[in-house]
Write a protein that binds this ligand. Structure first.
Ligand SMILES: [Zn+2]
Length: 72
């Protein structure tokens, strides 16, 4: 009977901590998604297509794509 009670208590404790952990991860994931969405929204307006390599580059970064005649 005592062992049964201890097992039950352990299961409840694991479930409790599991829920807390999942909730924390879910919250972080949601925050990350919100950040990514914002970045994607911000990026869409400021993206330019490189005429040489057809790659889309964020206008405020303008990183060279590696081609010799890349204007960025
Ligand atoms: Zn390029």
């Amino acid at each position: 009977m005592l062992l049964k009670f201890l097992t039950l208590a352990a299961v409840i404790a694991i479930a409790w901590y599991g829920f807390k952990l999942v909730g924390r991860i879910g919250q972080q994931h949601k925050q990350k998604l919100t950040r990514d969405e914002k970045a994607a929204r911000d990026g869409v307006a400021d993206t330019v297509q490189c005429p040489v390599c057809d790659a889309y580059i964020a206008e405020d970064i303008k990183s060279n794509c590696g081609k010799a005649d890349c204007p960025y």
